[in-house]
Ligand binder design. Sequence first.
Ligand SMILES: Nc1ncnc2c1ncn2[C@@H]1O[C@H](COP(=O)(O)OP(=O)(O)OP(=O)(O)O)[C@@H](O)[C@H]1O
Ligand SMILES: [Mg+2]
Length: 259
Amino acid sequence: MILTVDQLEKTYRGGFRAVREVSFAVDAREVVALVGESGCGKTTTLKCINRLLEPSDGRILIDNEDAADLDPVALRRRIGWVMQGDGLFPHMSVAENIAVTPQLLGWDAPRISKRVDEVLDLVRLDPAQYRDRRPDQLSGGQRQRVGVARALAAGSRLVLMDEPFGALDPITRDGLRTDFMDLQTRIGFAAVMVTHDMAEALLMADRIAVMHAGEIVQYDTPKALLNAPAHPIVRQMLESPLHEADAVQALKAAAVRDV
Ligand SMILES: Nc1ncnc2c1ncn2[C@@H]1O[C@H](COP(=O)(O)OP(=O)(O)OP(=O)(O)O)[C@@H](O)[C@H]1O
Ligand SMILES: [Mg+2]
């Protein structure tokens, strides 16, 4: 397992228990989605994994090493991170944003420059055109591609992504998703991806952790969730994508009949 989250607890100052006994494990090359309503503890869980937040209890193992025993800064350099929103530094160019972790790792300038171009190619942004732009000179979808490029820059085998395709129109979102899946298959990193969108989780993830009020109510493959939702919240979250899919199918069938 590249990541094991074991009985994770996070209680914020003031006593609010945001994450409760959360356990899941991620294998190399696996994509796991954390799905759940706003405020259910998804971002808190991700931040405990790379120790942007200190867990209140439980254990995080990265490659079988206890994260609590590792230097938090060194740990964060090992794990790719796509922040909620695009999280780019506004005063820095695309190339400088992507170079942040390689620089901290002490790579020399030619190696960094080559890597910037490589990861821009990976996310389908022409380096010649984009490497010197600032984030405010990019579209939302392009900023999100740069966010993914930055997370991949140091060659991490584990990437944490907080709503990486949030706030985009459906076509851009669909394009980014497809590109991301291709990349993930080709490079083979493992990813924990936070999303509000159950349809996105069903389409992209190998396994899905459905969270509700700080707890995981079901952790299963998309097929198993669809076949045997184990909690009313899971059934409720599956309703709208299934209903939408059925409605589109019905419309399509009717359109074919009418031709
Ligand atoms: N620093 C903090 N201090 C106290 N409570 C916090 C803090 N950060 C988050 N919370 C609370 O913890 C809960 C979980 O927050 P979290 O950011 O993990 O939610 P989320 O699932 O990522 O939601 P969203 O989908 O809206 O991003 C929320 O109720 C939030 O108000
Ligand atoms: Mg969040």
